[in-house]
Design a protein around this ligand. Structure first.
Ligand code: F0G
Length: 457
């Protein structure tokens, strides 16, 4: 008999989570104005809001934290961190930041100005936020296949080269760089192939443009390249990571994902000039160059986490757990983005709840229903997150209405995944009874999804 697959770690410390009743959850979500971000985490049984900063650190990471050097300048922790980032990414210059969006803030302060266009593959919302805040525009050049959840394509994060070329050709002086997000969170944790990255690099060189990689889930991207792309199955994850980054001029990193820490990020780059310019904003926004908004112990945890996050056995365990949940849902007939992505399951809410109008926030409606069903917290990635057009202030309705179930790293067991799958199946079975969603009664001028308040329709 073939041995079943099992996790490449064992559990040394546990954290109790509390069960609740449906009546309690109905009350709590109402008090939270039907926004899952407003819920106290103790009211959540399985928290799939995000895989960011929610992972379980290893014994080695915790012990490295005890060796943190908390000096303001020149801490040994910084040098350990820099060594690890250099070794894993291949970049010479490294700037620590308190998380990924802070890296975007510092780097974009140097590179982005009013009127610019930044082409890329479905920019993450903070990335888009930092572009639009500077009165520039993010242009989505993702391949069309990404927007059809039933279409099986091994690299749905890929950039459509003809869309990209059109933007480049028509706006030569307005484009400071191209951004490639690996994996592409917004389209479902979908990877970008080396072949596509190379082709983008060729175009970028032709037009004299930089490539920046938003690399929060770079190791998961490398895993998919290893198992799906021809010619890579015998390469190590670290070899693939070095090749991916060899085509970039700089990267922004949220270390809260693939470096498996609770807080942290960085910018890494090749050129000294960009480093010097970024350093000015770094000191203004984040702190001195050798700590950048982090404690020395956090830098140590990132240094160790980068090594662990790029080990094949860990990545296989990680991605296979996401697949486990996805396959259960497919078995029950629940419509999800396919192929299954690296960090999360994206449920196709339009296909799940065809009776709810897009103006009533379809994916948000599904997420609230799932919470009430089983205390499982997912997140809306649809019209709510797409926000309003910065110029016209009209609501934007993206092609996809998704409910994301992001799996924290090394935290839940497959029993938790079984519970999530059955909870969704129960809602799927009574989906025809769900006809109405929500209306917004209060919203912020930018990134409204975090704080918007709703009422039931
Ligand atoms: N880029 C990508 C692709 C991300 O997914 C995120 C964060 C960021 C940048 C920003 O990093 O949170 O450290 O400031 N994504 C989280 C999520 C919040 O839930 O997907 P951050």
């Amino acid at each position: 008999m073939e041995l079943p697959f099992a996790e490449s770690y064992r559990i040394k410390m546990v954290e109790p989570v509390r069960r609740s009743t449906r009546a309690e959850r109905e009350q709590w979500i109402k008090e939270a104005s039907y926004n899952l971000f407003n819920l106290k985490s103790e009211y959540v049984f399985v928290d799939l809001l995000t895989d960011s900063g929610t992972g379980a650190m290893s014994d080695r990471q915790w012990s490295s934290m005890m060796l943190g050097d908390e000096s303001y300048a020149g801490a040994s922790s910084f040098y350990k961190f820099k060594q690890s980032v250099r070794e894993i990414t291949g970049f010479e210059y490294v700037i620590p930041t308190h998380q990924g969006r802070a890296a975007e803030n510092v780097l974009f302060s140097v590179l982005v100005k009013e009127g610019d266009l930044i082409p890329g593959n479905s920019h993450f919302d903070t990335t888009k936020g930092h572009i639009e805040f500077r009165k520039a525009r993010a242009v989505d050049c993702t391949i069309d296949e990404a927007f059809d959840t039933t279409c099986i394509h091994p690299f749905k994060g890929n950039i459509d080269l003809s869309k990209l070329e059109k933007v480049l050709a028509g706006n030569k002086d307005k484009i400071p760089f191209i951004i490639i997000t690996i994996t592409c969170n917004s389209s479902g944790g979908q990877p970008v192939s080396i072949e596509n990255i190379k082709a983008v690099k060729l175009l970028a060189d032709q037009y004299g443009k930089k490539i920046i990689m938003d690399s929060a889930r770079f190791a998961e991207n490398a895993y998919f390249i290893k198992v799906r792309e021809e010619g890579y199955k015998d390469k190590t994850i670290r070899e693939i990571v070095r090749e991916m980054f060899s085509y970039a001029d700089a990267i922004t990193m949220s270390a809260k994902k693939d470096a498996i820490v609770n807080i942290g990020g960085f910018i890494a780059m090749r050129e000294k000039e960009l480093y010097s310019k970024s350093s000015v904003f770094e000191i203004m926004y984040e702190g001195f160059l050798t700590y950048g908004g982090l404690a020395g112990r956090d830098l140590n945890a990132i240094a160790q986490g980068l090594y662990e996050g790029t080990e094949f056995d860990y990545l296989e365990t990680r991605v296979r757990q996401v697949e486990y949940l996805g396959n259960k849902l497919l078995e029950y007939g629940v419509p999800i983005q396919q192929p299954i992505g690296g960090h999360a399951i994206f449920v196709d809410a339009k296909r799940f709840l065809p009776h709810v109008r897009k103006e009533e926030y379809i994916a948000q409606t599904l997420a609230v229903n799932l919470y009430i069903e089983a205390g499982v917290r997912g997140v809306e990635i649809g019209a709510l997150m797409a926000d309003r057009d910065p110029v016209t202030r009209e609501n934007r309705y993206p092609e996809l209405e998704l409910m994301r179930l992001a799996i924290p790293r090394r935290v839940y067991t497959n029993n938790h995944m079984d519970l999530v799958a059955v909870a969704l199946k129960n809602i799927w079975d009574r989906r025809s009874t769900i006809k109405h969603g929500f209306r917004i009664v209060r919203e912020a001028p930018i990134m409204r999804h975090f704080t918007a308040e709703f009422e039931k329709i």
